[in-house]
Design a binder for this molecule. Structure first.
Ligand SMILES: [Zn+2]
Length: 497
């Protein structure tokens, strides 16, 4: 088959049949809102708390207990909707979604069926691709069933009633990379909006994927839902695996193997999926309006108020950092990858006015140390020092008080001790020596017996002087100003030797 079709990069051409298979991918993302209390009661939620300690009659479904909507949850949800350019409905209501599982004490989940609080909106991926959102709705989380205690199943209801927003995309994606980009961009917006931690390891962001494939030019075929995807990389791998599995099934010609509407669980260790259950249709949940909660009116003023609470989002910051600070797209991308890092960066720049050097010290210094397993701090919020300390360090390096390499050591010590850079420099005597008399003495010592280097330099190979830098730096315990040392060495060789 000719490879020159209209969209040569989309889909997979079968080696067996020459058919081009086009994948269709949609995502459903559940995200825990970062509220003080649960969606319908005043219990707090904290990941990892002792089982069943964060509960009350409402979230454990005691008879007669009634739900009351948490206004803060609605505010955060609306803020996310605004950030995603979605339409907030002026009237919204809650519904009961009925199903039976041991971690769902009421026997139903309070969710939103036909009148979600917002519809539409979407995201433009860095590649320029637009992914549309169908809707976002608010719902409560279920508890947790713990199956790893021998033949017992234990139930922890701490998570029951925690506010979630579920966002559903149109099936606009065609590659696993697009799904990955979408998740990264969505996470960024949720974090910048202050709506969620989006920590997949703690379950505050969960993602289900719908995948189908069809021959180019034909209609869509049966979609399969993938669950149990606990990292963005798993999402990507699972999609790739599922596309391959479906193409193989269709190409086998054996109708009994064709994909059916079902939910499959992804196993990251074997990188395979297996059937979990046949996928329910909405009518299986017997939705009906929640009689204990009246429909809500969300007025325009409330929506506008939430819009004003939105900070400048990552995309806008990336553009501004490049335009106003002259940062490279790469540095701007790394710094805005987390709102906490971007906020920290801006606080430092406000103090020292040196965006380029600060960006450098954050990407190569601070973030590198944070990813070092021997350093206790794991995130920017856990740093043992404040923005003005980093501002001070950048200044010490740029005004040549200390050498760049010494700066790295100082930063490391800041991570280990939390001391200020000036204090560390003073205590360890790290100040750079620019006193020419002292430098000249070290240079003359280093030149002793280095006839070959001297001859090379004299014959025009000035770069040979680099061989003398090590001994001088060593003699000065790293404190010599290297630019001055080089100048002095060349001057001595060229004028006196
Ligand atoms: Zn409660």
């Amino acid at each position: 088959m000719s490879q020159t079709t209209t969209a040569p990069t989309i889909g997979f051409v079968s080696k067996k049949t020459d058919v081009r298979w086009i994948p269709v991918i949609g995502l459903e993302v559940h995200c825990q809102l970062k509220t003080e209390t649960k969606l319908f009661c005043s219990c707090r939620y904290e990941f990892g708390a002792s089982p069943n300690t964060l509960t009350c009659p409402v979230c454990t479904a005691q008879p007669g207990a009634l739900p009351v909507l948490n206004r803060e949850a609605l505010a955060l949800a609306v803020r996310v909707a605004v950030a995603l350019g979605a339409n907030v409905a002026p009237r919204t209501k809650f519904d009961r979604k009925n199903y039976f599982y041991c971690d769902l004490p009421k026997g139903y989940q309070i969710s939103q069926f036909d009148q979600p609080f917002c519809t539409g909106g979407g995201l433009t991926l860095p590649s320029g691709k637009r992914v549309r959102l169908t809707r976002i709705h608010l719902e409560e989380d279920a508890g947790k069933a713990v199956h790893d205690r021998g033949d017992m199943t234990l139930v922890d209801l701490n998570r029951a009633g925690v506010p979630l927003i579920e966002s559903v995309t149109e099936a606009d994606m065609q590659t696993s990379d697009e799904a990955y980009e979408y998740l990264t961009s969505l996470k960024e917006i949720l974090q910048y909006a202050g709506a969620s931690d989006c920590d997949m390891e703690k379950g505050s962001l969960r993602c289900d994927v719908n995948v189908s494939v069809h021959p180019e030019g034909e209609g869509w075929r049966t979609k399969v839902e993938l669950k149990n995807l606990n990292s963005f990389k798993n999402v990507k791998d699972a999609i790739e695996h599922e596309i391959e599995r479906q193409i193989e099934a269709y190409e086998s010609g054996d109708k009994s193997k064709f994909p059916v509407q079902e939910t499959r669980l992804y196993d990251a260790t074997t990188q395979t999926t297996r059937t979990m259950r046949s996928k329910e249709d909405a009518h299986d949940y017997r939705y009906f309006p929640e009689p204990d909660l009246v429909p809500f009116h969300v007025d325009a003023a409330f929506v506008e108020q939430q819009r004003t609470m939105l900070p400048e989002l990552a995309e806008a910051r990336r553009a501004r950092y490049q335009r106003d600070f002259g940062l490279s797209p790469y540095d701007a991308g790394v710094i805005t990858g987390s709102r906490a890092v971007a906020d920290f960066f801006e606080m430092v720049v406000k103090l020292n006015g040196n965006a380029k050097e600060t960006a450098n010290w954050i990407t190569n210094g601070v973030l590198a140390n944070l990813s070092d397993p021997t350093i206790p701090a794991k995130t920017i919020d856990e740093l043992p020092f404040r923005p003005h300390d980093l501002a001070e360090l950048v200044e010490l390096v740029t005004n040549h008080t200390i050498h760049n390499n010494v700066g790295r050591t100082v930063l490391r010590t800041m991570f280990e001790t939390g001391k200020s850079p000036k204090q560390i420099v003073k205590e360890q005597g790290l100040e750079q020596v620019s006193d020419e008399g002292q430098l000249e003495k070290w240079c003359r010592e280093a030149l002793v017996g280095k006839d070959k280097v001297i001859a090379d330099v004299k014959s025009g190979k000035t770069k040979a002087v680099a061989a003398l830098m090590g001994p001088v730096m060593k003699a000065s315990k790293g404190s010599a100003n290297p630019e001055l040392v080089q100048k002095i060495l060349l001057r001595i060789i060229q004028t006196e030797m």
